[in-house]
Write a protein that binds this ligand. Structure first.
Ligand SMILES: [Ca+2]
Ligand SMILES: [Ca+2]
Length: 423
């Protein structure tokens, strides 16, 4: 069964006062809106992408042919198969360059017709027009569409673009799957109705979501929250003023082509539920709208980072690469020890330290007693194959592990840590 979704279209079209008999002209089109991808490049052969598009996509309207220059599939960062080399970029921007011969007028509409998306990891899709962008999460589709377009779950995205966001001459549109996996195109069309005008814009919703992240600023701890604001129109530049616990901060917002703006807000740390007010204004577009949220205290987490979980030189990678990686980690750890007083580092195996000290120049070794006090301690003693242990056996090893750690991790006082070996 085909699923056809048109997000934003109804709300945005109403807010922009689209007449029922709008007269639109096609500015450009890539592919045909025919529920098929046969007319697009590497049709049905996704594995050909890294060979045919090693530098991703740069499509010039009026010059390039979709059959050669616009792939039927748009990979996301999860798609390892789409990278010609491991170190290449994980995202794959698709750029469209087009010229407008005259000063743009009225409303443009970008229609992106998709055949399907990855079923369990659909992409977060970013649209940027002349440097201003926004993104949205696409719904999951069907991977049967990779070889059979009739098996897809179709999705149509219509984005109204005011003429003020475009310009006479060259314009740049960039489409990117910023998270997740692939999507498959049917075709893209940009249309224009020069007689349409925007009605008054409005904020249609706002949310403030606390995060678990804190920052220290001016000696005081502040907690970070994510502000999300949805507008009735795309490409609106507005201001948000957030009032919380005697603190005020002003944040610029840009709704982008999808009508939604997101920003990170730094607020004073609260110890009890606290009211936060957010006033959103856009001079000349709409009157100030005020939203009220409740900011709750957030738990402070202690973060332990384990860079590796299996020191077996030559098993997880070539020996020289394993050695280099551990040495790089040690160098970075020493730098962080010097930079942050509370930073501690424990190696998983004693070999990591011994090897580093034998190879590194004296200038890299901890020289002072102060730096030695936080120098990476010896590990290895706490590593055992947890997958082979019963829960009772696992817990019973805890005192022994701590005792061994106290005896062997001199001079630093590293907390007992346990890494899990593979089964
Ligand atoms: Ca279609
Ligand atoms: Ca098509």
């Amino acid at each position: 069964m085909k699923l056809c979704v048109s997000l934003l279209a109804a709300a945005l079209a109403l807010s922009m006062g689209l007449p029922t008999q709008a007269v639109e002209t096609t500015v450009w089109q890539i592919g045909n809106l025919d529920d098929n991808y046969a007319e697009l490049a590497i049709s049905g052969s996704y594995a050909a992408y890294p060979r045919q598009f090693p530098r991703d996509v740069s499509f010039t309207v009026g010059k390039d042919d979709p059959a050669k220059s616009w792939p039927f599939i748009h990979p996301g960062p999860d798609d390892v198969w789409a990278r010609p080399r491991a170190h290449y970029s994980k995202t794959h921007p698709f750029a469209v360059r087009f010229d407008l011969p005259e000063q743009p007028k009225g409303i443009f509409t970008l229609t992106i017709d998709m055949i399907s998306t990855h079923p369990t990891a659909p992409p977060t899709y970013s649209i940027s027009i002349n440097g201003k962008g926004g993104e949205m999460e696409l719904p999951g589709g069907s991977d049967a569409a990779l070889t059979d377009p009739s098996q897809g779950k179709q999705f149509v995205l219509r984005v109204p673009i005011p003429a003020s966001s475009l310009k006479q001459g060259r314009n740049d549109l960039v489409l990117t799957a910023t998270r997740g996996s692939w999507l498959i195109y049917d075709g893209l069309v940009l249309t224009n109705d020069p007689d349409l005008t925007c009605t008054e814009a409005a904020v249609t919703g706002a949310a403030l979501t606390p995060t678990t992240r804190f920052v220290r600023s001016g000696g005081k701890l502040r907690q970070l929250a994510d502000l999300s604001v949805r507008f009735s129109q795309s490409m609106i530049s507005a201001d948000a003023v957030v009032y919380a616990a005697g603190s005020t901060c002003r944040i610029p917002l840009n709704s982008g082509p999808l009508g939604e703006a997101k920003a990170e807000v730094s607020l004073p740390e609260v110890t009890q539920p606290t009211t936060v007010r957010c006033a959103i204004s856009c001079r000349g577009r709409f009157r100030t709208q005020v939203f009220t949220f409740e900011l709750r205290p957030q738990r402070r987490w202690t973060l332990y980072v384990q860079p590796s979980a299996h020191v077996d030189i030559g098993y997880t990678d070539y020996q020289e690469r394993v050695i280099k990686r551990h040495n790089d980690n040690m160098t970075a750890a020493l730098d962080l020890c010097a930079q942050y007083r509370g930073f501690k580092w424990n190696t998983e195996a004693a070999w990591v330290q011994d090897n580093y000290l034998s190879l590194m120049p004296a200038t890299r070794k901890p020289a002072t007693s102060r730096s030695r006090s936080r120098y990476p301690g010896r590990g290895s003693t706490l590593k055992f194959p947890t997958a082979r242990c019963s829960p009772a056996k696992t817990y019973s090893t805890e005192p022994a592990c701590r005792g061994t750690a106290r005896r062997t991790t001199s001079p630093s006082r590293n907390p007992a840590a346990r890494s899990c070996g593979p089964p």
